[in-house]
Write a protein that binds this ligand. Structure first.
Ligand code: HEM
Length: 415
């Protein structure tokens, strides 16, 4: 068990769902960073856990994968533990692996995310983004999450995998179930979720077989099938890694796109700063604003590690076996790094140092693709002189993991 705090501060519990539903977490983390930046919560719906809330501490933890494990063996990468009596074998995926196993598996997919591969995808992403924007009703309220964020994200993933276009919304359903932590506390839901995960696994197994029969294309599945390392990998591992890519790219990109609407509504003057520059595609001003957007949103509020040995940090001892939650949402508002961090500032000079993609060996492999999709969305909106007004507050996701939106009604105007 973990060392108890000497601090007199009351226990904080950043995993409480209400905080995320009402977006009151920025204030809580501000207090934690001030009063007890490495905090131990002894009792929560997810059991006991440490909270790392400072930028510097999270970087330190992420840089030590041999001490702070991501492995399924110790319950993986989110605050929710795998039930001890679970007979469900977790899908092998490299986000939940430690070195040396992690490295070769990541290498099988990373060639699809090099700058040249991303450039190759750009024209199609731009064309599809333009089509979606041109189909939006003007002057009439609609749900931005549904018509823009989900539509563009599933389109981007369908393109990446060469996934059957008409069935692309399946990706959304699967990903929503996969990222839902309620399975940790609700047996019925856990069963329902397992069935959906099974359905997803079967679908991908079918797609995998189908692709094997075809001429190899430039999509991710063909690339995985052609890779040397994959020839030695069991099929279950292929499928696990495919699922990882879908789930990893889905909620995250989707919620960043909804943050485009939120920030354009809340800080139109900030977006005005980049409007001129957006005429040249790929300008550094728009790229910087996109980093700032990702920082401000931080679509994954946390990642989890499990300590494999005792470790001293901030004068406290994290004990072997303890669960450590790295709150990126807090690090991205750490006043030692980002001044006035809960504000979106399009030309913030260190926006690129945001931690929303993590740090170290597990740093997001899809970061470039997400950045491209968001840059293209902003540029294409600006070309159309599109202005967004949010109609009321959004419906938020009830999760301390996926920091996002279920619904955001908006109206748009354009040239
Ligand atoms: C890993 C965030 C988009 C695929 C991660 C991690 C974070 C993250 C926080 C874990 C880092 C860690 O444990 O240290 C995001 C955000 C995105 C995004 C904020 C969008 C704004 C994508 C996309 C894809 C993707 C578009 C793929 C299509 C992955 C994969 C990993 C990962 C495969 C595992 C990397 C590893 O373990 O080596 N992402 N992600 N992500 N992400 Fe993303």
């Amino acid at each position: 068990m973990a060392t108890q705090l000497k601090s007199q501060s009351a226990q904080f519990d950043p995993s409480a769902t209400d905080l995320w539903l009402t977006r009151s977490w920025p204030e809580l983390f501000e207090q934690m960073r001030r009063e007890d930046p490495l905090h131990f919560t002894s009792d929560s719906r997810y059991g006991p856990f440490w909270s790392a809330t400072k930028y510097k501490d999270i970087v330190e933890i992420e840089a030590l994968p041999k001490i702070f494990s991501s492995s399924w063996e110790y319950s993986g990468i989110t605050i929710a533990d795998r039930p001890e009596d679970s007979d469900e074998e977790p899908m092998p995926m490299f986000i939940a692996m430690d070195p040396p196993e992690h490295t070769p598996q990541r290498r099988t997919v990373s060639p699809k995310f090099t700058p040249s591969e991303i450039n190759f995808m750009e024209p199609e992403i731009r064309e599809r983004t333009g089509k979606v924007l041109d189909s939006l009703p003007v002057g009439e309220a609609f749900d931005w999450v549904d018509l823009v964020s989900i539509e563009l994200t599933t389109g981007m993933l369908a393109l990446l995998f060469d996934f059957p276009w008409d069935e692309r919304r399946k990706l959304t359903r699967w990903s929503d179930y996969a990222g839902d932590l309620n399975a940790a506390n609700d047996e019925e839901f856990a069963k329902e979720r397992m069935n959906v995960m099974y359905e997803m696994g079967m679908y991908f197994a079918g797609l995998w077989e189908m692709k094997k029969q075809q001429e190899p294309g430039r999509d991710l599945i063909s690339m995985m099938q052609a890779s040397e390392a994959m020839n030695h990998m069991p099929e279950r591992m292929f499928i696990g890694n495919l699922i990882l890519l879908i789930v990893g790219g889905n909620d995250t990109t989707r919620n960043s796109m909804t943050a485009v609407a939120r920030t354009m509504h809340m800080w139109p003057e900030e977006w005005e700063k980049v409007r001129g520059a957006s005429e040249a595609e790929g300008s550094k001003e728009v790229k910087n604003a996109v980093q700032e957007l990702i920082r401000w949103q931080t679509p994954l509020a946390h990642m989890r590690r499990t300590a494999l040995e005792d470790y001293e940090l901030r004068g406290k001892t994290i004990r072997k076996g303890d669960k450590v939650i790295m709150w990126y949402a807090s690090a991205n508002r750490d006043e030692e790094m980002f001044e006035d961090g809960d504000r979106f500032i399009a030309d913030r000079d260190n926006a690129r140092r945001q931690l929303a993609f993590g740090y170290g060996i597990h740093r997001c492999v899809g970061a470039r693709l997400a950045e491209l999709q968001l840059t293209v969305l902003v540029e294409e909106m600006m070309k159309r002189n599109m202005q967004v007004t949010c109609q009321g507050e959004p419906e938020r996701v009830d999760s301390c993991f996926v920091n996002g939106y279920r619904k955001q009604m908006v109206t748009v105007t354009r040239d």
